[in-house]
Design a protein around this ligand. Structure first.
Ligand code: NAD
Length: 311
């Protein structure tokens, strides 16, 4: 038999369930190819992309998962790095962003970060230079007080139709930016990360499934995954976690910067979701890997590939 008070409770539960259902979040309808044909000179700018990428400017709502932390994100002005920077700031972290020379993109990212009340430090310059890597880590500690999260995300890529089109200089540049910088930055950051900090590296579906037109790039992405797994074992007893995220296709300036207009137009069409990810769709993996609740997650590769198996 149901009492009056039970009925009242059921009634109010039903009302609040309805109210909560009205607020539930659904996946937005993200753009599918074909996109307008477009190319840019690397490193490119998100401001010139059509359609505009979604970095979570209006959608990421923080819940203090990274309260009080300081993060250094390379390639943080645009694309995946910008989305991670916005999410980290909304989760309570101060953020330093390193980038090559895209000052307008970087200033806009800083604007969005500072609107959350968090601090933002802009660090232009070339991470293939070991001295620059040491300098930017030192500046983060000096100006933001400490360093808890290093996101090694900057990369160079270029596509080629034949192996003999890849110059030695192009090969060496790809390795210098994508993997040597990761070593310099990680080594410089380690003394500051001791006892609970973490490193998150951006790998790629190319780590396991190389696109031959990206031979140099894909080779570095395999190295990044291997570096992550090795370094995680080296640092486990210092309570420093090391993980990587392996994105599938993502709508960022790197794409019109390194593929033909025709390829850009169909970008992501051959993946199960028949579209590329928006940068914001990568951010949740980087937040999850950075938060202290992930204390036993180390040496992992998180695939964010829209249903495409990594191997
Ligand atoms: P992006 O163009 O937004 O970011 C690349 C960043 O690298 C830029 O911020 C640029 O300033 C920085 N950079 C390049 N050369 C540099 C240098 N010498 N010194 C300092 N910074 C330098 O593109 P994105 O797609 O967001 O790239 C971020 C990461 O995601 C990269 O590691 C990339 O390999 C990876 N990724 C991207 C895709 C994709 O489809 N876009 C897929 C898999 C992996």
């Amino acid at each position: 038999m149901t009492s009056h008070s039970d009925q009242a409770a059921t009634g109010s539960t039903a009302t609040s369930a309805k109210a909560r259902a009205a607020k539930r979040r659904r996946v937005p309808s993200y753009p599918h190819p074909p996109f307008p044909e477009q190319t840019q000179e690397l490193p490119g700018s998100f401001a010139e992309m059509e359609p505009q990428p979604d970095h979570g400017e209006t959608s990421w709502q923080g819940t203090a998962r990274l309260e009080g932390q300081v993060a250094l994100i390379t390639g943080g002005d645009s694309g995946i790095g910008r989305a991670v920077a916005i999410a980290y700031a909304r989760e309570g972290a101060d953020v330093a962003i390193s980038y090559l020379n895209e000052n307008e993109d970087a200033k806009d990212t800083a604007r969005v970060i500072m609107e959350t009340g968090r601090r933002c430090l802009l660090l232009p310059g070339d991470v293939s230079d070991a001295e620059h890597c040491r300098t930017i880590v030192a500046r983060v500690v000096e100006e933001l007080g400490h360093l808890d999260i290093l996101v090694n995300n900057a990369a160079h890529q270029q596509s080629f139709d034949a192996v003999d089109e890849i110059t030695d200089a192009e090969w060496e540049r790809t390795f210098a930016v994508n993997i040597h910088a990761m070593f310099y930055l990680s080594k410089a950051a380690l003394p500051h990360l001791d006892g609970g900090g973490c490193i998150i590296n951006t790998a790629s579906i190319n780590s396991d499934h190389p696109n031959p037109s990206l031979l140099a790039y894909a080779t570095t992405k395999g190295a990044i995954q291997n570096f992550t797994a090795g370094l995680a074992q080296f640092l486990a007893d210092k309570s420093i976690r090391v993980n990587c995220v392996a994105p599938g296709p993502v709508w960022t300036p790197l794409i019109p910067g390194s593929f033909s207009g025709e390829t850009v137009s169909e970008f992501g069409a051959n993946y199960p979701m028949k579209r590329p990810a928006q940068p914001v769709e990568l951010a949740s993996a980087y937040v999850m890997l950075a938060e202290p609740m992930s204390s036993y997650v180390s040496g992992a590769t998180i695939a964010v590939t829209g249903g495409q198996p990594m191997i």
